[in-house]
Design a protein around this ligand. Structure first.
Ligand code: ADP
Length: 364
């Protein structure tokens, strides 16, 4: 397997579309690196540049220690699995999987052993003589992955491979691809717009927005210490609540003043907000950090607009006179909608963001 290095990579299409802006990071050997972000953020472009399917405008790409900018795709020793993994309809599963090796003139015995071993890993040995039209969507997807495995590439590149599958199958394939990563000790670069896929599969996640890297971290760090408001809002469902606030200094303690309530923050955040005395900030809190509670100092009286029971938890859509936010609760005794409810914010868990740059003031 191999590591991939991207040194200050920029991609400009047709002279003026800046698709990737100075991406500079490493994909460690044997890592499962996910490139995630909303549609159009540049993640596929980045992947296609690693594959050699797209020219790099500026910067250098290395696979291990070899600069690959000018090396054609088929000589880069990578294998790619696409969203639209067209299988050859007239060929059996075996032949579909063997095709690439045959083109590369591998010996018949070698092809046979590689295809059978990949089929076993993917639990499709019993399907080797079938044609694609007699396979389910999940089975076809497995064949497409099999085609990549038989190549024994240095790096696997996956471009939204699960987007065409239904929700249940997606969850299953997610597990299978993660297991595959463990079993093959492969270096995988995986593109998705789905933050749940990113969080459940990646050990290194690269969050992109508008061509720029927002943060590179493991799932827990992204969730608990987002580098900026974009990451805070993008990772997690339902998303983090954001509320505009003003820092107000009393004699000894600084408070956050919202339009229709205020909060006292713990001592750990006092120095942060003291530096911003009189400024406005964006306050962020995750739904599970808002508790239904009559205790504590930071109580807020809200109106319950909607209750969404989801089995083991429920979402509460709450409103004060000027603000609204979502809370998540595990209570079995749920409040009714159109009633009043007192909640408290777990102020140890709040995130504060710069109101114009969106940079986190609390995730240092
Ligand atoms: P993502 O994979 O995150 O959806 P892409 O990498 O496909 O994003 O696209 C990034 C940006 O580059 C978008 O603004 C897109 O419209 C633009 N783009 C992608 N491919 C081309 C192309 N061949 N020519 C011009 N612009 C392109």
């Amino acid at each position: 397997m191999a590591q991939v290095k991207l040194n200050n990579i920029t991609k400009i299409y047709d002279g003026d579309v800046l698709a990737v802006d100075n991406a500079d990071f490493e994909i460690p050997d044997e890592s499962f690196t996910v490139l995630v972000g909303p549609s159009g953020c540049g993640k596929s472009t980045l992947l296609r540049m690693i594959a050699g399917l797209e020219e790099v405008t500026e910067g250098d790409i290395y696979i291990d220690d070899e600069r690959v900018n000018d090396i054609p795709p088929k000589e880069r020793d990578i294998a790619m699995v696409f969203q639209n993994y067209a299988l050859y309809p007239h060929m059996t599963v075996f032949k579909n999987m063997a095709f690439g090796l045959k083109l590369r003139k591998y010996a018949k015995t070698e092809i046979d052993s590689r295809v059978r071993s990949a089929a076993e890993i993917l639990s499709i040995s019993h399907l080797l003589n079938r044609k694609p039209k007699h396979l389910s969507g999940g089975e076809r997807q497995r064949v497409a992955v099999g085609r990549a495995i038989v190549r024994q590439p240095k790096v696997f590149l996956f471009d939204e491979p699960l987007s065409n599958l239904d929700a249940k199958l997606r969850v299953q394939m997610r597990m299978e691809i993660s297991r595959l990563h463990d079993r093959l000790n492969a270096t995988i670069v995986y593109v998705t717009h789905d933050q749940v896929e990113a969080m459940t599969m990646g050990d290194q996640i690269v969050v992109l927005n508008e061509g720029k890297i927002q943060q590179i971290a493991d799932p827990a760090t992204l969730y608990h210490k987002p580098a900026n408001q974009f990451v805070g809002g993008f990772i997690g469902t339902p998303p983090m609540n954001f509320i505009e606030a003003q820092v107000e200094k009393n004699d000894t303690i600084s408070q956050l003043r919202f339009e229709d309530f205020s909060l006292e923050l713990p001592s750990s955040l006092q120095s942060v907000i003291r530096d911003h005395s009189g400024d406005s900030l964006t306050f962020g809190i995750r739904p599970e950090d808002i508790h239904v509670s009559e205790d504590g100092i930071n109580q807020i009286l809200t109106h319950v607009e909607l209750v969404e029971p989801l089995g083991n938890h429920a979402l509460l859509y709450l409103r004060t006179e000027k603000n609204s936010f979502v809370a998540q609760t595990n209570l079995s005794d749920l409040p009714q909608h159109n009633t009043s409810l007192t909640v408290s914010f777990d102020t140890d868990k709040v995130q504060l963001f710069h109101p114009t740059t969106g940079e986190s003031l609390t995730s240092m």
